[in-house]
Design a protein around this ligand. Structure first.
Ligand SMILES: Cc1cc2nc3c(=O)[nH]c(=O)nc-3n(C[C@H](O)[C@H](O)[C@H](O)COP(=O)(O)OP(=O)(O)OC[C@H]3O[C@@H](n4cnc5c(N)ncnc54)[C@H](O)[C@@H]3O)c2cc1C
Length: 477
């Protein structure tokens, strides 16, 4: 029986990063991938957030050279109504402050995101591990764990080969056989996991540059919000829903977006052609589950680590992979790989940037679940967003249907009609996030309200209303 310090099931980002870290620490490590190469069986592509420039600059230097790379600076939300008409486009912003936040080689990368196909990214990460000395075995499905007196001490391949190891790391994604076979957890509950159908399109590269540029798109309307991640010469369109909420065939949910005229026009403008349909699972929960057991650790999706706000999970997989390998190395060196010793892993990730992701986990999940994932609610939200935009400069200036103050009042009246309908949503999903505003900013806002605004606003809105609304949001009431 082959014997390693660490055996890892899964050759995705979490497994590769755990393998790289373990090899760099001088351990004998093997990682197994069921596909012919890493990335072959994963969601077609991904967006990587700005913090990759901060946390993995040496990987970013290689990613920007990969074939499918597209640099991203904006995300445009295309808001459509029940008749599939485009109501408005809202966008993320970019300020000089962003550029100062994250620097790499004297460049500001504050709002610079990255889109890349997984068939490019995953092999890059796997190669980093192999170059560090890890052994990768592809086309190898892990079908079981080896246990001795309750302790996990190896993996079994589909051919029945047994691999012995001091510590096993489950980096085998949302389905994670290691998590279940080791007894750390059962299958995810249906309200902990989303099903994500996704369509991949090839496009004309020049047209993608001219028409879409450095942007991702989100289609927002009376359906489950759909993201469009744009690559050098293609894009993918996906949307998900928690398993306990599915009431239709996955493909029908994506088809809903395909019939939006603005989406079709965008496809025509970049010569988009459908090339692949996939369906994946993605854990989406307020907090990760239990991530350690006797002789075993879980990283990335296997541990339920994706971000509770928007489901990003590759950064989390790499960081938890690194922390799991470090914890395993310390435990092996100390000659104690018991559950108690490996619980250090949970303390480690809780105290890290990964742990901070779940501070508002429940609030984040509620926010998304009750808005973008609730088509009935989105019907009202679309009207609201349309009215807010119609009051924003420059819309009122360009509304020439009547005299300007009259049209302004028409829109303001409609917005006020909509507010009571949305107040429940705000009370339950926005107000609880007020406690995340820093004490310093709370005091500054409170100071402004008690200063000049307090004197002027009451002429328009009674002071007690301002105090109660702002106080509740700031958690001061
Ligand atoms: C449709 C979709 C879109 C997403 N978009 C983004 C995005 O834009 N940005 C982002 O950061 N995250 C995104 N995510 C989340 C992200 O894909 C995951 O969080 C991330 O891939 C987790 O990495 P991992 O290594 O833990 O698991 P995975 O990437 O799932 O890797 C697990 C690997 O293990 C292998 N494997 C599984 N079981 C076995 C077994 N029994 N034996 C051997 N090998 C096995 C698999 O083939 C796979 O290669 C998306 C997820 C989905 C589903």
């Amino acid at each position: 029986m082959a014997k390693y310090d660490i055996a890892i099931s899964g050759g995705g980002p979490g497994g590769a990063y755990a393998a790289k870290t373990a090899a760099e620490l001088g351990l004998r490590v093997v990682f197994f991938e069921r596909a012919r190469k890493s990335g072959e069986k994963n969601a077609s592509g991904c967006g990587l957030g700005q913090r990759w420039w901060r946390d993995f600059p040496f990987i970013m230097d290689e990613i920007v050279e990969l074939d499918s790379y597209r640099e991203i600076h904006f995300c445009y939300f295309k808001i459509t109504d029940s008749d599939d008409r485009l109501v408005t486009t809202i966008s993320t912003a970019k300020t000089p402050k962003d550029d100062r936040r994250i620097q790499h080689k004297d460049h500001g990368y504050g709002m610079t995101g990255t889109s890349i196909y997984r068939s490019d990214l995953d092999p890059l990460l796997a190669n980093l591990a192999c170059n560090a000395g890890a052994e990768l075995r592809t086309s190898t499905l892990i079908t079981d764990v080896i246990k001795e007196k309750g302790r996990v001490c190896g993996l079994v391949t589909e051919k029945g080969e047994k691999i012995e190891a001091d510590v096993v790391i489950g980096a085998d994604g949302a389905h994670s056989l290691v998590a279940i076979a080791s007894g750390i957890r059962k299958r995810w509950n249906k309200d902990q996991i989303t099903l994500v159908p996704q369509l991949d399109f090839s496009c004309n590269e020049q047209r993608m540059d001219d028409v879409i540029g450095p942007a991702e798109l989100v289609w927002f309307g009376p359906y489950c919000g759909a993201y469009q991640v744009n690559f050098r010469d293609g894009f993918h369109l996906g949307l998900g829903q928690w398993l306990d909420k599915w009431d239709t065939r996955p493909l029908d949910m994506v088809k809903r977006i395909l019939k939006i005229p603005a989406f079709q026009a965008m496809c025509r403008s970049v010569d988009a052609e459908l090339r692949e349909y996939q369906v994946h699972l993605l854990p989406w929960m307020p907090h990760p589950g239990k991530s350690y057991g006797d002789g075993v650790l879980l990283v990335g999706d296997a541990g339920g680590f994706p971000c509770p706000l928007e489901g990003e999970g590759i950064w989390h997989a790499c960081l938890t992979g690194r922390m799991a390998a470090e914890t395993a190395a310390e435990a092996i060196a100390a000659g104690d790989v018991s559950e108690k010793a490996l619980s250090a892993y949970e303390r480690k990730w809780k105290q890290s940037a990964v742990g901070r992701e779940y501070e508002f986990g429940q609030e984040y999940v509620n926010l998304w679940k009750n808005s973008a994932f609730d088509p009935e609610f989105m019907k009202k939200m679309v009207l609201f967003l349309g009215e807010v935009q119609s009051l924003n400069f420059p819309s009122p200036v360009f509304d020439w249907s009547d005299d300007h103050m009259k049209t302004f009042n028409d829109h303001l009246g409609h917005l006020l009609d909509l507010l009571p309908e949305l107040s429940d949503f705000a009370n339950h999903n926005i107000v609880p996030l007020g406690k995340g505003i820093s004490t310093e900013n709370r005091e500054r806002i409170a100071g402004m309200i008690s200063g000049s605004i307090k004197k002027k606003l009451p002429r328009i809105i009674p002071q007690r209303v301002i105090r109660s609304v702002v106080g509740r949001f700031l958690g001061l009431a």
